[in-house]
Design a protein around this ligand. Structure first.
Ligand SMILES: *Cc1c(COP(=O)(O)O)cnc(C)c1O
Length: 447
């Protein structure tokens, strides 16, 4: 029983769920979508909070530049480039039989410094926020200091006595572990069964304790949270509830405005920006979408992409049950090669924040993820991890009227640059076998 109703009753009143249970690709347009001015308040956060996160990252820039050589060229700013994908624009039109009036762009968070995924935004921000609070309280740092003082013995001693823990499918653990260890904190990462071996290896090489869980992401988080709560000197980075993660992701939007301006991309009501974001528990895409709505208002439309085997956000929003439902409740197995998206239950906080803000959610089959991955490699020379390409078919899911507008389509690529070359090669090979366009039915459901 879910909210007093049987699964049968849910399938009867919400027929889209039947396709989801059958693991068919679906597209859902949010009937509760509201103007940004009304819906932004749902998060309980505002522009001042995002600005504060951006200011914090700026304070840490000297320390970041000194600690992570790959941020030095940008003076310690962890940011990714924008890139137009002209060939993929054609490929999408042909593969899916759609017409896209506007150009296709990509945001390469796959190539973010420090940890090579979108988690280098949220995960890094939360660790820095925590470290800053500790250091300020202990008197080893003032906000006006050059934050490189955090590399000095007084701060190192302080951090050495403190612990950090996180539950993750891989990339969040990688980010939190890398930055936490660089500060000198003792970090424990609880990895779900989906986590790739190389991510665990990289962490152990840096002295991070990796705890492997046989169960999925939700269990890894729950167990990590339980252990951390028993330890007063431990901070738990809570991917299901954290505001600091969310705000770290949101900062991306402030910077994107300048990047789009520099690229000559116009965004206004007659030139809308469509943004396609892979969604796991929701913090990454939710935080970015929140920031985008703050910056661009109703001129931006945010679309979330999930695997057919792990559609937790779509399920939570469509039923209105948010985190009171898991994909397993409907017999969906949460088994997907898109390890970064292998999440069975959405964040309740993010679902609440996105309830009226997200335009649409869709699901994509694992085979199609690999096909897109191989096509992207072939046509644009970009190699990503499977989760990271989930947004790539998003433009094909729009209603024809929206696709015909002279807007811009921005696909958020979320990870891949740190994946070992042989693993990337095996992804591409699997994708090449899937490349033939099949007679596809994306099963669009329009309100
Ligand atoms: C974590 C992750 C996402 C999704 O972020 P959530 O906060 O879990 O929704 C998407 N892509 C990749 C590669 C990720 O690691």
């Amino acid at each position: 029983m879910l909210a007093g109703r049987s699964v049968e009753q849910w399938l009867h009143t919400h027929p889209l769920l039947r396709d989801m249970v059958a693991l068919r690709e679906v597209t859902w347009f949010n009937p509760s979508l509201a103007p940004a001015a009304q819906a932004l308040g749902d998060a309980g956060l505002g522009r001042a909070d995002v600005d504060a996160a951006a200011a914090r990252l700026a304070r840490f820039a000297p320390w970041l530049a000194q600690t992570f050589p790959d941020t030095a060229a940008a003076a310690g700013v962890i940011e990714s480039p924008l890139r137009e994908l002209p060939e993929m624009h054609d490929v999408l039109q042909r593969r899916y039989g759609v017409r896209l009036a506007g150009p296709l762009w990509a945001k390469l968070d796959s190539h973010l410094p420090v940890s090579g995924s979108i988690k280098a935004r949220g995960g890094v921000h939360e660790v820095l926020q925590h470290a800053e609070a500790l250091a300020l309280r202990a008197g080893v740092l003032r906000q006006t200091d050059d934050y490189r003082v955090l590399a000095r013995p007084a701060a190192r001693e302080l951090f050495a006595a403190r612990r950090l823990a996180v539950g993750s499918t891989g990339n969040l653990g990688l980010s939190v572990g890398i930055v936490g260890a660089a500060l000198g904190l003792s970090v424990t990462v609880h990895m779900s069964a989906d986590a790739r071996e190389w991510k665990k290896r990289r962490l152990r090489e840096r002295g991070v304790t990796v705890v492997e869980h046989a169960a999925d992401y939700g269990d890894a988080v729950r167990e990590g949270r339980r252990q951390a709560l028993q330890d007063a000197a431990c901070h738990f980075v809570d991917d299901e509830r954290s505001r600091e993660l969310f705000l770290g992701y949101a900062v991306a939007a402030l910077r994107l405005r300048g990047q789009l301006d520099a690229a000559g991309v116009r965004v206004d009501s007659r030139h809308p920006l469509w943004v396609y974001l892979p969604c796991g528990v929701g913090g990454g895409p939710g935080g970015v979408a929140f920031g985008l709505k703050l910056v661009f208002g109703d001129a931006v439309h945010c679309v979330f992409a999930e695997p057919t085997h792990a559609p937790c956000m779509l399920l939570g929003l469509h039923t209105g049950l948010h985190d009171a439902v898991s994909v397993q409740d409907f017999g969906i197995d949460n088994r997907t090669a898109a390890d970064g998206l292998a999440v069975g239950r959405a964040s309740g906080f993010v679902a609440g924040a996105m309830r009226r803000l997200v335009d649409a959610c869709y699901t994509v089959d694992d085979d199609e993820l690999f096909a897109l991955l191989a096509l992207l490699d072939w046509h644009e020379g970009l190699r990503l991890e499977p989760s990271a390409v989930a947004g790539l078919c998003g433009p094909a899911r729009l209603r024809p009227g929206d696709a015909a507008q002279p807007g811009t389509h921005l696909v958020w690529f979320t990870g891949g640059s740190m994946v070992p070359a042989d693993e990337l090669q095996s992804y591409v090979q699997r994708g090449r076998r899937e490349r033939q366009p099949a007679a596809r039915n994306p099963g669009a459901y329009w309100p």
